[in-house]
Design a protein around this ligand. Structure first.
Ligand code: SF4
Length: 405
């Protein structure tokens, strides 16, 4: 039997030691060094449609994105980019393929960063032109290697995309940039194959000290893409690899930001907003766990402060989870549930329904909510929201006080 001095807290059991990387700036956001791991996404509205782009970028900002990338495929799009940059609150990265002139235009237009793809940007002289434009404008660059668009000579040399080919491509470009006396750049070596991406990033991480932008490219729809990204990015992040990330989903870009934060939050590398710990529910549940969690998630989306809420259907796991939560609920009998605040028992909530699982349907709303999509425990959700908002307010006040001191 171990005594308490031998036991390890969860975060000590698997500490994350971040790889040492240089720090660069993407506009106001630092990437690399000891900067927080930033979350990126990309617009999918036509870049020429200024209003739609601005709306989408602000929605991404609301969801917590730190940096947003915008495609610049045409001269018209870089003209629009110049307008968009002025109207949004986040640093923008211009995504460049094929036409190095778009990179020159985007740098002049106020891009915080340029993403160039070594496989299709053209020869060394074009890259040098792009570097000069970035230097003049004070923006950073991402060398974005992609397994699907490697240089032809590397494909001929290695026969297929492999970690060695990806990293060779990245390092060749790095040298070009360094030869121009430019080191404000980060690198990505993305692949849609999770194992190829992990192996490539590992090799790259051991070959240079530039900050790394993580991503599993073309990961797929929301569910499959989230799983692939969580495995790929999660593995690397646990090894301390990665300074910024993008989850690529064939879905609303806002979902990319949500998943990115969920990955970082799961590994306790960054926290933002409400982290709900909930049981899957079973016949022991004393309230509608799934409905309450769904409604609470929606209604707590506006909270920015890091707050953990446990929503557990019965006393089997309720008290245990509540101990490490800011706000907790454990289902009890007769529509009366135990509420925990700050890890301790605080009060009992009365007025819930007691028509779940082992309990009898004796509440006054008996049978009324059967088959409805909404939780039958809206009063309980109201109560949880109220407690979380109070806690968020207290955290905001504490932060203000700290700033004054
Ligand atoms: S905590 Fe209770 S209600 Fe939730 S899954 Fe476990 S036994 Fe079932």
């Amino acid at each position: 039997m171990l005594d308490s001095s031998d036991r390890m807290a969860a975060h000590e059991a698997l500490p994350v030691v971040r790889r040492r990387s240089r720090r660069i700036s993407v506009g106001s956001v630092f990437v690399g060094g000891d900067a927080a791991i930033s979350v990126q996404s990309m617009t999918n509205t036509p870049s020429e449609d200024i209003e739609a782009c601005v709306r989408q970028i602000e929605a991404l900002a609301q969801a917590g994105a730190d940096i947003v990338r915008v495609s610049c495929p045409s001269e018209e799009s870089t003209r629009a980019f110049a307008q968009i940059v002025k109207r949004v609150s986040l640093p923008l990265v211009a995504d460049i393929h094929f036409h190095h002139k778009r990179a020159l235009e985007a740098a002049r237009a106020g891009a915080a960063g340029l993403r160039i793809n070594p496989g299709n940007i053209g020869g060394a002289s074009r890259v040098r032109e792009v570097v000069k434009a970035a230097k003049d404008a004070g923006c950073s660059i991402r060398i974005g290697v992609n397994a699907g668009s490697l240089e032809r000579d590397l494909l001929a040399k290695y026969g297929e995309p492999c970690p060695q080919a990806m990293v060779e491509s990245a390092l060749l470009q790095s040298r070009l940039l360094e030869d121009c006396d430019f080191d404000a750049f980060k690198i990505s070596v993305k692949a849609s194959d999770v194992r190829l991406a992990i192996a490539s990033y590992r090799l790259l991480a051991s070959s240079c000290d530039h900050p790394l932008h993580l991503g599993i490219t073309e990961a797929g729809g929301q569910m499959a893409g989230s799983v692939k990204s969580a495995i790929g990015l999660g593995t690397l992040l646990l090894e301390g690899i990665g300074d910024t990330l993008r989850v690529s989903l064939s879905a609303d870009p806002v979902e990319e930001v949500r998943v990115g934060f969920a990955v970082l939050q799961s590994l306790k590398l960054r926290s933002r907003g409400v982290n709900i710990v909930a049981c899957p529910s079973c016949s022991r549940q004393r309230f509608d766990v799934i409905g309450v969690v769904r409604e609470a998630e929606e209604r707590l989306e506006h909270i920015r402060e890091p707050i953990t809420v446990s929503i557990i259907g019965c006393v089997v796991n309720g008290p245990g989870e509540a101990r490490s939560s800011d706000v907790g609920v454990a289902g009890g009998g007769k529509g009366t549930h135990q509420i925990y605040v700050g890890g301790g028992k605080d009060h009992r909530f009365e007025g819930g329904n007691d028509n779940m699982g082992g309990g009898k349907d004796t509440g006054k709303d008996k049978g009324k909510n059967k088959g409805k999509d909404k939780s039958k425990d809206t009063k309980l959700v109201d109560h949880i929201v109220e407690l979380v908002e109070k806690r968020a307010e207290a955290l905001r006040e504490a932060r203000k006080e700290k700033e004054v001191l």
